[in-house]
Design a protein around this ligand. Structure first.
Ligand code: VG1
Ligand code: CO
Length: 542
C-alpha cells in the first residue's frame, strides 16, 4: 500500500521567519510540496503512532496540499491526523488543538498576511508538540534534509471528504475531522469574562470586526456574535475565500483602510478590529484612536489582570527586538521579567514553556499569551473587550491614561517592498560596516549609544541567533532599526522601524510621522535608502 516515489531535491526550501513561503506557482512545481513534507517528516524524531494536526487558512491550494499531507502522514507511520473541517484551522486554533489533544505536532498551511489565489502566495509551517512554531534547530534540519532528499512516501488512496465532522480511515491511519472553532471558543471562555462583555454589548456598545475574508470569520462570528451576543453584522467579510476576495489580508492601516476610516468618521462605533489571513494578527482601533501594536502590547500587559485568566498577574513580558519599548516600562513598573527576542513567534516558545513570560508581542500586529504558542488575533480582541467592559472607558481614554503614566513611544514602521534583493543586501552590509564609525562619531551631531547587529542568546536553552537587524540607538532613547523581511516572496522587503520616547508629562498629541520626522530623515541619510532602492517613499507605513 505504501509507495516510495523517487524525487530530486530543490535547493531553496529554507523556512523563513514563519515557515516556507513562496508563490503558489512555485509550490506547484513537481514534488515541491512532497519534498518539503518528507524532509520535515524525516527530521522528526517521533512519528510512529503519533498524532499530527493539519489545517490551514483556507487559501488557494490549501485543499490540494491537505490531501497530500494526509496521505504522506499515513505512509510515514503517524497513527492519527486531526484536521479542521474543510481543511481549515486558524494558526492559533491549530496551536491550541496540538496542545489540547497532545499531538506530536502540526502542519499549518498558510502564507499568513500575504495575498492568496492562483497568483498569490502559499506556505507550509511546522509546529512542535508545545503548539509553537518549530525552533531553528528543526527548521535548519528540515532545510538540510530537503537538499539531499531522493524519495518520498505516500499511499494510493482517493481524496478524503473533509466537509463533514467525523472519523475516516486512510491506509490504516485514522483521520479525525473536527469543528475548527469549538475547542478554541471553549478556551477563550476560560480566559475572559464573557458575561461582562455580553452585558457591554447588550447595553449598546458597538463594534466592527473585519475578518478580511480570511480564517477568523467563523471564529469571530461564533464568539463575538454568537456567544457574546453582538448584533448581526458586527463581523464583516466573515466568509473565508481562497483568494481573500482579491484583498491583501494584512490588518494594517493600508489594507484595512475602510475600517480605519469608519473608526475615524462621524458615526464611528466604539471599537474596531481586524485580523489577518491565518488569524494570528490583530488590528485595534478605538473611536478616533488607532492603537499601535507596540502600544497595544503594553496596554494589554498593564491591564491583563482585569481578565479572569490573568487575575493572578503576569510572570513576564517578551517582545521582538523591533517592537517599541513601551512594554518595557510596564514590566519595570510591575517588577517582572522583560525579554527582547528576534523577530518571529518561534523565539517566544522557550520563555513561555518555562513560565518566564505570560504575554508576548510584536510590532507587526501580533500579540498573544501562554494560552497557546502562537500570536492570536481573536484573543487580543477579546482581551481588549474584557478590559473595556471592566474599565468602562473608551479606548482613547485608556490609551491616554497609559501615556500619562508611562510616557508615549512614538513609533512607526516604513516598509520598502519588492526592492532589488542585491541592492537591499548591499544596503544592509554597508550599513553594518559603518557601525563602529557611527558609534565613535555619532550621526548628524547626535550621540549614538547603540550600534549593532542584534544577536540573541536564548536564556532557556542557550541557543544563539545572529544577524537579526541593525540597531542604531540615540542617547535620548530614540532608535532606528533596519532589517530585511523573512516572509516576502518577491525581491527583498526592507523594514525600517523608528521610535522616539516622550516622557509621561510630555506632548502626546503630535502626529506620529511628524513627531518622528527628524529620525526619518536620519534613517535615509545613514542607510541611503532612496538612492539605493530607487524609492522616494515607503510602500507601506504602519
Ligand atoms: C513578519 C513580521 C514578524 C512576524 C512574521 C510572521 O516577518 O515582521 O513580526 O512574526 O511576519 O507573521 P518579516 O520577517 O517579514 O518581518 V505572520 O502573521 O506572516 O505569520
Ligand atoms: Co499571520
Amino acid at each position: 500500500m505504501i509507495k516510495t516515489i523517487a524525487t530530486t531535491p530543490y535547493s531553496d526550501q529554507k523556512p523563513g521567519t514563519s515557515g516556507l513561503r513562496k508563490r503558489v506557482t512555485h509550490f506547484q512545481q513537481t514534488n515541491y510540496v512532497e519534498n518539503f513534507i518528507q524532509a520535515l517528516f524525516d527530521s522528526l524524531p517521533d512519528k510512529d503512532g503519533e498524532t499530527l494536526v493539519i489545517g490551514g487558512d483556507g487559501r488557494f491550494f490549501n485543499d490540494t496540499v491537505i490531501q497530500i499531507a494526509i496521505r504522506m502522514a499515513a505512509a510515514n507511520g503517524f497513527g492519527k491526523v486531526i484536521v479542521g473541517q474543510g481543511g481549515v484551522l486558524s494558526t492559533p486554533g491549530a496551536s491550541h488543538i496540538i496542545r489540547h489533544y497532545n499531538a506530536s505536532g502540526g502542519i499549518v498551511l498558510s502564507a499568513s498576511h500575504n495575498p492568496g489565489g492562483p497568483d498569490g502566495d502559499f506556505g507550509i509551517k511546522y509546529n512542535g508538540t508545545n503548539g509553537g512554531p518549530a525552533a531553528e534547530k528543526i527548521t535548519d534540519a528540515v532545510y538540510a534534509r530537503s537538499k539531499e532528499i531522493t524519495q518520498y512516501k505516500t499511499v494510493d488512496t482517493p481524496d478524503i471528504d473533509l466537509s463533514t465532522i467525523g472519523v475516516e480511515t486512510v491506509a490504516g491511519m485514522s483521520v479525525e475531522i473536527i469543528d475548527p472553532v469549538a475547542d478554541y471558543a471553549a478556551l477563550m471562555e476560560t480566559l475572559f469574562d464573557f458575561d461582562a462583555i455580553a452585558a457591554m454589548f447588550a447595553s449598546g456598545f458597538r463594534m466592527q470586526f473585519d475578518a478580511m475574508h480570511a480564517v477568523t470569520g467563523p471564529y469571530a462570528k461564533a464568539i463575538i456574535e454568537g456567544r457574546l451576543g453582538a448584533p448581526a453584522g458586527t463581523v464583516i467579510n466573515a466568509v473565508p475565500l481562497p483568494d481573500f476576495g482579491g484583498g491583501h489580508p494584512d490588518p494594517n492601516l493600508v489594507h484595512a483602510k475602510d475600517l480605519y476610516d469608519l473608526l475615524m468618521g462621524a458615526d464611528a462605533p466604539d471599537f474596531g478590529a481586524a485580523s489577518d489571513g491565518d488569524g494570528d494578527r490583530n488590528l485595534i482601533i478605538g473611536r478616533n484612536r488607532f492603537v499601535t501594536p507596540s502600544d497595544s502590547l503594553a496596554l494589554l500587559a498593564a491591564n491583563a489582570h482585569l481578565a479572569p485568566g490573568y487575575s493572578r498577574g503576569i510572570a513576564g513580558i517578551a517582545r521582538s527586538m523591533p517592537t517599541s519599548a513601551a512594554a518595557d516600562r510596564v514590566a519595570e513598573k510591575l517588577g517582572i521579567e522583560m525579554h527582547e527576542t528576534p523577530t518571529g513567534w518561534k523565539f517566544f516558545g522557550n520563555l513561555l514553556d518555562a513560565g518566564r513570560v505570560t504575554i508576548c508581542g510584536e510590532e507587526s500586529a501580533g500579540t498573544g499569551s501562554d494560552h497557546v504558542r502562537e500570536k492570536d488575533g481573536v484573543w487580543a480582541v477579546l482581551l481588549w473587550l474584557n478590559i473595556l467592559a471592566v474599565r468602562k472607558q473608551s479606548v482613547d481614554e485608556i490609551v491616554r491614561e497609559h501615556w500619562a503614566t508611562y510616557g508615549r513611544n512614538y513609533y512607526s514602521r516604513h516598509d520598502y517592498e519588492e526592492v532589488d534583493a542585491e541592492a537591499a543586501n548591499r544596503l544592509m552590509a554597508d550599513l553594518r560596516a559603518k557601525l563602529p564609525e557611527l558609534k565613535a562619531n555619532g550621526l548628524a551631531g547626535r550621540q549614538i549609544v547603540l550600534a549593532d547587529d542584534f544577536a540573541y542568546s536564548d536564556p532557556v536553552d542557550g541557543s544563539q541567533t545572529n544577524g537579526q537587524g541593525i540597531r542604531i540607538g540615540f542617547a535620548d532613547g530614540s532608535r532606528i532599526v533596519f532589517r530585511l523581511s523573512g516572509t516576502g516572496t518577491v525581491g527583498a522587503t526592507l523594514r525600517v522601524y523608528i521610535e522616539r520616547y516622550e516622557p509621561a508629562d510630555g506632548d502626546h498629541d503630535r502626529e506620529t510621522q511628524e513627531a518622528l520626522s527628524d529620525l526619518i530623515v536620519l534613517a535615509d541619510e545613514v542607510a541611503e535608502i532612496k538612492a539605493r532602492t530607487g524609492r522616494d517613499v515607503p510602500t507601506v507605513i504602519t
